[in-house]
Design a protein around this ligand. Structure first.
Ligand code: CUA
Length: 212
């Protein structure tokens, strides 16, 4: 069978494009550790701020040394604004939005997710020591461009002990947030011993597993 030279060229080009596309997907999945969409756990956005899963935004250091970040993305800030996590250890983010769709991009890392009201965004990654900028990359309104936070990955030897809960740092820009911080401070004051805090951390892990 005679195949015209141009047709042959197109067959090769078409095959090459498929190979490149499949290769880039495999590279992303295996080398860059891309994860499947996480939005399977639901939450009522109108009560997200007081939902037990998100009432205390902050970083929880789990007993195995990994960390869980409980965060809110909202118009126009992240809560907590500064997230201190151990470097070179798995950090699991659990994020939601009480208002509309936001982005959560940790610049210079593979941490990049949409935060959609009604769902819990969850992904796990690790960080090299350093300080990273977090930006919202989904246009969310007049303050979109100022919506940013920071993540600091530090040597686990100087990071908080297992079970320690890092104080949530909101900017208190709304009354609701002020009240939320107030309540989380009270909760922290009530659990003074490390064992108590460990329990809170373990509970968080259980919750995550149920969510999956
Ligand atoms: Cu939040 Cu853009």
């Amino acid at each position: 069978m005679k195949i015209d030279i141009y047709e042959k060229a197109w067959i090769y080009a078409g095959t090459a494009i498929i190979v490149v596309f499949l290769g880039s997907m495999l590279f992303g999945a295996i080398v860059e550790a891309a994860q499947p969409p996480s939005h399977v756990e639901t939450i009522d956005p109108t009560t997200a701020r007081t939902d037990p899963r998100f009432a205390n935004p902050g970083v929880v250091i789990n007993s195995d040394g990994s960390a869980t970040v409980i965060g809110l993305a909202q118009m126009f800030s992240f809560m907590p604004m500064e997230m201190r996590v151990p470097a070179n250890r798995p950090v699991t983010f659990r994020l939601t939005s009480p208002d509309l769709i936001h982005g959560f991009e940790i610049v210079g890392t593979n941490g990049n997710a949409m935060v959609v009201p009604g769902y819990v965004t969850s992904f796990t990654t690790t960080f090299k020591p350093g300080s990273y900028l977090i930006v919202c990359n989904e246009y969310c309104g007049i303050g979109h461009h100022v919506m940013q936070g920071s993540l600091i990955a530090e040597d686990p030897s100087v990071a908080p002990e297992a079970g320690a809960r890092v104080a949530p740092l909101g900017d208190g820009s709304t009354i609701a947030m002020g009240a939320l911080m107030e309540s989380s401070h009270t909760a922290m004051a009530h659990s003074t011993d490390a064992g108590h805090e460990m329990e809170a951390g373990a509970g968080m892990v259980t919750l995550m597993e149920v969510g999956r």
